[in-house]
Design a binder for this molecule. Structure first.
Ligand code: ADP
Ligand code: ZN
Length: 734
C-alpha cells in the first residue's frame, strides 16, 4: 500500500475541491471536486454537473464553501482552452458588485460560445515527398509544379490552384508522392500591419495622434477623450493609437455602437492596416463566432471591432480599448446584467493597466465633466478634414412655414430638396419613428388601437399591412372596421412614421429614386448593408431613415439633411433628453457635406428658441455643454450625483405596487441618499406585466450599491409573479 504523509494528503484534499462559477443567478461559485489526474487551475473552463444537466463553468479563486463531501460532485472535463486570466476574473467580480448582478450571470457572458472551448481541429495538409509519378500528364505536372515549393497544401486547395479535379491529386497521393501533415486552422483574419499605409495627417491630427501614441507607448492606465466634429478625422487619429498598440504586441478592442452596419469602418481599417479586424456582434455566423472567440483567446486575432458584448471576449493580451461614439445609448445593455459598456471598458482598462480612448463628436456630459476635472485627458480636433465644411444649419419654424394639410414637410424643406435634386445631389430625411403612423384611431367613436399587453399604441406598418407594438412585438392585421363601433373605413392614421414621409416625398417627387431605411426592413442587416452601399454610390436621390442612417456612414454625394421632427426627443421626462437630442441631431446633420460640397441641414421645429436648437444652428456646442453641465450640477444629476432605478413588475398591478411599496419601506436611512417613488412606470404595462419604479438619488460619493443591497435584503423576497430589476446608472426612465 502506498504511504502518504498526513500533510500531503491534507494538501491534496484541499486542492481537490475548487469553486466553479456556473452561468446562472447564483450569488457564489459552487464547490466541485477535482478527480485525481485532472488539473484545474483558476480560470480553467470546465464542464460540471448541475442538477440533471451539464454546464460549462469557470474555476474561480474565491475560498470554497465547506460542503458535505458526500454531496460533492466531480468536474467532468477541463476544456483544452486557455484559462480565463486573472484580470478578466476580477472584471467579472467587479461588474457583478457594481451592477448588483449575480457573478454567475456576468460569467455567463464569458461563456457564450461553448463550441469554442474545444480547439478547432487542424486541417489535413499534403507536402510533396520528392518522388515522381509513374506517368506524367499535364494535369499532374501542374499539381507538382505548385507542390515543388515544399509547403503544405490542402487537397482541395492545390487542386483548385492547379485547375484540376480532386481525383488527380488523390491519384498522386495514392502513389505515395505526398506526405500528410497537420495545418493549423486558418486564421479568421490576416494579421494587421501597423506600418501598412500610414496616412499623412494634418497638424491638428498629428498632435492628437502623438498624444494618443504616447499614452499607448508609455503604457499604464489612462482615459483620453478624443473630441472632434464629424469628419475631423477622429478615426484616422485613433488608428494611430491602434498602430502603436500593435507595434507593442498588444491586442486591441474597438467598440462601435452599430457594428452590423459599419461596413465602411471595416474597409477603412483594411486600407490602413492591410487586413480587416475580426468582427464581433450578434449577426455572425455560428462557425465564425466560434473561430473568433477561440483565436482571440489564443492571441491569434490581434484586433476586434465589435458591439458591447466584445468586452467579454477572452483576450490574451489586451492593451488598448477604443470606444467610438462613446456617447451612444446603444452601449447600455438593459437585459439581465444592466451595464454600460463604455464605463465597463474604462474599468477593464483600469484592471488591465492599459489606455482607453473615447471618441465622439458629441461627448456625453459625463465624459466631458471627467475631462474638465482632469480625470480623463482630452484631445480636440477643431475642424473638418480638408476643404469639407460643416453643413450650413438652419431651423425651420413650423409655426411660420407649416406643411400643407395632411403633410409633414414644410415648403421650405421641400424647396431645398427640389434644388438638391436638380443639382444631382442626395437628400436625407431623418425621422426616428418606424412604420407609417404612431397612432391609429376611429373617426366615428374615437377608439384608439392599443396593444393588449402593453400601455402603448399600436404602430401602423403599411408595407406589411399590420399594426404592431414596438415594445413587445404584438402584431395584428390592420382591420377594415373599428372593433369598438363597427364603422367601416373610418380609421385614421395620426402622426408620421418614415413610411408615411416616404409617401409624401413620392407625391412631391414622383421621379426621384426614394429609399426608406429602418431596422424592421425585410431582409435584415444584409439588405441594409446593400442599401447603404447603394446610397453611398449615389444610387438613390432621397433617403428617408430612422437613427440607423445617423451612425457612421459616409455618403459622399449627400448635401442636404432634413430633420422631420427635431422636437421629438425633447418631449419625455428623461434627464438626458436635451443631451440626447443634441447628440442625435448633430450626428444626423453631420452626414451632410463630408466631401467638400456645400451642404445644408434643416431642422423642422416648433420651438426654434430651445437651447438645443440654438446650439445646433449656431454651431456653438460649447455654450450648450456649459449650460447642460451647470443644469446637471444644480440638480445633482449624474455625474454630479448618482442614480439607480428599481423596477418591480408583476402579473397584476396590485402585486407590483404593494411589493414596490414594501421595498420603499425597507429602505435604510441615509443622509446622502433619497428614495423617490414608487410611481407607476411611464410604460406601465409591458408584455402583460405591470410595472412600478423606484428611483434612488444619491450624492456623488454615496454608496449606492451598498444602499440598494441593504434595501433588497431588508425588503420582502420577490414571490409569485413578482420580479425586481436593479439598474445602476440608468439611461432609461420608462
Ligand atoms: P470622424 O471619425 O471624425 O468623423 P473621419 O476619420 O471619418 O472623421 O474622417 C473624415 C473623412 O476625411 C474620411 O473620409 C477620412 O478618410 C478623411 N480624412 C481625414 N483625415 C485624413 C487625412 N489626414 N488624410 C486623408 N484623409 C483623411
Ligand atoms: Zn405590446
Amino acid at each position: 500500500m502506498k504511504q502518504d504523509s498526513p500533510e500531503s494528503m491534507a494538501a491534496e484534499n484541499r486542492s481537490a475541491v475548487v469553486p466553479v462559477l456556473v452561468p446562472m443567478p447564483a450569488e457564489r461559485p459552487y464547490s466541485y471536486s477535482v478527480p485525481p489526474g485532472m488539473t484545474a487551475v483558476p480560470g480553467s473552463i470546465v464542464r460540471v454537473p448541475l442538477g440533471p444537466r451539464q454546464v460549462a463553468g469557470v474555476v474561480w479563486d474565491t475560498p470554497v464553501d465547506a460542503v458535505d463531501p458526500r454531496k460533492l460532485r466531480p468536474i467532468e472535463e477541463v476544456f483544452d482552452c486557455p484559462p480565463i486570466d486573472e484580470k478578466t476574473r476580477r472584471f467579472v467580480d467587479w461588474i457583478s458588485s457594481y451592477t448588483l448582478s449575480p457573478p454567475g450571470m456576468v460569467a455567463r457572458m464569458l461563456l457564450r460560445v461553448p463550441a469554442a472551448f474545444d480547439p478547432e481541429p487542424p486541417l489535413e495538409g499534403i507536402v510533396w515527398a520528392g518522388s515522381e509519378p509513374d506517368r506524367m500528364t499535364d494535369a499532374r505536372r501542374r499539381v507538382l509544379e505548385l507542390a515543388a515549393d515544399g509547403l503544405a497544401w490542402t487537397r482541395s486547395g492545390i487542386a483548385h490552384a492547379a485547375g484540376v479535379s480532386l481525383t488527380v491529386v488523390d491519384g498522386l497521393k495514392a502513389q505515395g508522392l505526398f506526405e500528410t501533415v497537420e495545418i493549423p486552422p486558418r486564421p479568421v483574419v490576416a494579421a494587421p500591419d501597423p506600418g501598412f499605409a500610414a496616412p499623412e495627417l494634418t497638424l491638428d491630427q498629428t498632435s492628437a495622434a502623438r498624444t494618443l501614441r504616447e499614452k499607448v507607448e508609455s503604457g499604464g492606465f489612462s482615459v483620453t477623450l478624443l473630441d472632434g466634429v464629424t469628419g475631423s478625422g477622429k478615426t484616422e487619429v485613433y488608428f494611430e493609437a491602434i498602430a502603436a498598440a500593435l507595434e507593442k504586441g498588444a491586442q486591441v478592442l474597438v467598440l462601435v455602437p452599430e457594428i452590423a452596419l459599419t461596413q465602411q469602418f471595416l474597409e477603412r481599417f483594411h486600407d490602413r492596416f492591410g487586413a480587416r479586424p475580426a468582427e464581433w456582434h450578434s449577426d455572425l455566423a455560428p462557425k465564425t463566432r466560434e473561430r473568433v472567440w477561440r483565436q482571440v483567446a489564443e492571441g491569434r486575432v490581434r484586433v476586434v471591432a465589435g458591439a458591447r458584448s466584445a468586452l467579454f471576449l477572452p483576450f490574451k493580451e489586451l492593451g488598448l480599448i477604443v470606444i467610438d461614439e462613446e456617447h451612444d445609448p446603444a452601449y447600455k445593455q438593459e437585459d439581465r446584467v444592466f451595464y454600460n459598456a463604455r464605463d465597463m471598458a474604462v474599468l477593464r482598462g483600469h484592471l488591465g493597466d492599459f489606455p482607453v480612448v473615447l471618441a465622439s463628436a458629441t461627448p456625453s456630459i459625463e465624459s466631458r465633466v471627467n475631462a474638465q476635472q482632469g480625470r480623463y485627458g482630452r484631445v480636440v480636433l477643431p475642424g473638418r478634414f480638408a476643404e469639407a465644411a460643416l453643413p450650413d444649419l438652419k431651423a425651420i419654424d413650423m409655426r411660420r412655414s407649416p406643411p400643407a394639410r395632411g403633410g409633414f414637410l414644410s415648403p421650405v424643406l421641400l424647396g431645398e430638396m427640389k434644388r438638391t435634386l436638380e443639382r444631382g445631389e442626395q437628400s436625407l430625411l431623418f425621422l426616428n419613428r418606424r412604420g407609417y403612423a404612431p397612432l391609429t384611431l376611429c373617426r366615428v367613436c374615437g377608439h384608439r388601437f392599443q396593444c393588449p399587453d402593453c400601455s402603448s399604441w399600436l404602430v401602423e406598418h403599411r408595407f406589411r399591412g399590420q399594426i404592431v407594438c414596438h415594445h413587445c412585438g404584438h402584431a395584428e392585421k390592420r382591420p377594415e372596421a373599428c372593433p369598438e363601433c363597427g364603422a367601416l373605413d373610418h380609421l385614421v392614421a395620426c402622426g408620421p412614421g418614415v413610411e408615411r414621409i416616404a409617401e409624401e416625398v413620392v407625391g412631391h417627387f414622383p421621379d426621384a429614386r426614394t429609399i426608406v431605411l429602418s431596422s424592421d426592413m425585410l431582409g435584415g442587416v444584409k439588405r441594409l448593408r446593400l442599401e447603404l452601399e447603394a446610397i453611398s454610390k449615389g444610387e438613390a436621390d432621397i433617403v428617408i431613415g430612422t437613427q440607423l442612417v445617423a451612425k457612421g456612414h459616409n455618403f459622399p454625394n449627400m448635401t442636404l439633411v432634413g430633420v422631420v421632427d427635431a422636437d421629438l426627443g425633447l418631449a419625455n421626462g428623461d434627464p438626458r433628453a436635451a443631451e440626447r437630442t443634441f447628440q442625435l441631431l448633430s450626428q444626423v446633420t453631420g452626414r451632410a457635406g463630408r466631401t467638400g460640397k456645400k451642404s445644408a441641414g434643416l431642422l423642422q421645429t416648433y420651438q426654434p428658441e430651445h437651447p438645443v436648437m440654438r446650439a445646433i444652428v449656431s454651431g456653438d456646442a460649447e455654450t450648450f455643454y456649459e449650460r447642460e453641465i451647470a443644469e446637471r450640477e444644480r440638480a445633482a444629476l449624474p455625474p454630479f450625483g448618482r442614480l439607480a432605478g428599481i423596477v418591480v413588475s408583476a402579473a397584476t398591478r396590485a402585486e407590483a405596487e404593494s411589493h414596490a411599496r414594501a421595498l420603499r419601506r425597507a429602505a435604510p436611512h441615509s443622509k446622502e441618499i433619497a428614495v423617490l417613488g414608487p410611481a407607476e412606470a411611464p410604460l406601465a404595462l409591458v408584455a402583460g406585466r405591470h410595472r412600478f419604479r423606484l428611483l434612488i438619488h444619491g450624492e456623488r460619493r454615496a454608496d449606492m450599491q451598498g444602499f440598494v443591497r441593504d434595501l433588497l435584503i431588508a425588503g420582502p423576497r420577490a414571490r409569485g409573479s413578482v420580479r425586481v430589476q436593479v439598474d445602476i446608472d440608468p439611461q432609461s426612465f420608462l
